[in-house]
Design a protein around this ligand. Structure first.
Ligand code: 13P
Length: 340
């Protein structure tokens, strides 16, 4: 059994107040972000950008693991060093996105279902062989006038659980990501209700599929008002609602909760994570950590702009964001860190 390996990997991902850096954008998503900044949408540009990220000096002091994409896990530095070697030299655990994207859920207008279970066992075995030790699968849950439906939540939770069980069989820690989107004008209360419902379904299905909870990482959204909701709660109110929802739904056996950033500004994502740790760190059974993509990468990407001359400045900004979030895990993040 790979039980001990799974427990050790999950613990290592949450150790020393570090967190996970998601850099697993699919090619279309990565290209979209590049296009906005006028960066060429080529395999070489994507490779150069990912090289910038993983060669950031000192990254392993605040980042425990990175989530890669299938193209990226096979790439090398300019000088031919495989990315996987760069990561292992930096003490960073490689992870891999294994879902194949969210598609329209038949019979459920406005709802999605994540695909990727077919052939997953073989793909997981290959990734383990290559050196990956954890994986990611993202379910997308939109809030609308009707959605999400009970059946939509169940279908996504079931797929997440099937994925998680296959990961554990292969020796990979599943990062289980049911993302309730922040798009819309819904209130924080509605997001809380939907998030609780989503998480309840996820843990019912994880238990049905015999997933060992000590060997997973949960990657949920923070509980937030919709982007277009006129009432925007304070950092502390968001922290309280998020932890309240998690306490009601997430078993204590889960070692770590690593939030996605979901389109929040980098500063708000850090401040909200910090507030959760300031107010609840000593009272919750799991680590409250981060697994951000945009909230760590975006400022660095904007500085890089595809230009070699900007690499060092972009790396410095990337590292600053990783350190802010490590401080937020300790409950020691302050706004002053943004200007220093
Ligand atoms: P964001 O932090 O940009 O939401 O991305 C996290 C992630 O991995 C989404 O699947």
């Amino acid at each position: 059994m790979k039980g001990q390996l799974l427990i050790d990997t999950a613990q290592a991902l949450m150790a020393d107040h570090k967190g996970i850096l998601a850099m697993d954008e699919s090619n279309p998503t990565c290209n979209k972000r590049f296009a906005k900044l006028g960066i060429p949408q080529t395999e070489e540009a994507r490779r150069a950008y990912r090289e910038l990220i993983i060669t950031t000096p000192g990254l392993g002091e605040s980042i425990s693991g990175v989530i890669l994409y299938d193209e990226t896990i096979r790439q090398q530095k300019d000088d031919g060093t495989p990315f996987l070697k760069v990561l292992s030299d930096a003490g960073i655990i490689p992870g891999i996105k294994v879902d194949t994207g969210a598609k329209e859920l038949a019979g459920h207008p406005g709802e999605k279902i994540t695909e990727g279970l077919d052939g997953l066992r073989d793909r997981l075995a290959d990734y383990f062989q290559m050196g990956a030790r954890f994986a990611k699968w993202r379910a997308v849950i939109a809030i609308g006038d009707g959605p999400p439906s009970r059946s939509g939540l169940e279908a996504n939770a079931h797929a997440l659980a099937r994925y998680a069980a296959l990961c554990q069989e292969a020796g990979l820690v599943p990062v289980v990501e049911p993302e309730v989107l922040m798009d819309g004008d819904h209130t924080l209360e509605r997001c809380l209700k939907v998030t609780e419902e989503a998480l309840r379904n996820v843990f019912i299905q994880l238990n049905c599929q015999r997933v060992m909870l000590e060997g997973i990482i949960l990657k949920p959204n923070m509980v937030l008002p919709g982007l277009n909701c006129p009432q925007q709660e304070s950092v502390e109110e968001v922290a309280d609602a998020t932890v309240q929802g998690l306490l009601r739904t997430v078993p204590a056996a889960v070692p770590g909760i690593a939030f996605l950033s979901g389109g929040q500004s980098p500063e708000l994502a850090s401040a909200r994570l910090n507030a959760m740790n300031v107010r609840f760190k000593s009272r919750v059974p799991w680590a409250l950590a981060f697994s951000f993509a945009r909230a760590i990468q975006q400022p660095a990407l904007e500085i890089w702009q595809g230009k070699e001359a900007n690499v060092a400045a972009a790396q410095k900004t990337l590292l600053d964001r990783a350190r802010c979030n490590q401080a937020a895990r300790r409950g020691e993040y302050t706004a002053a860190m943004e200007t220093s």
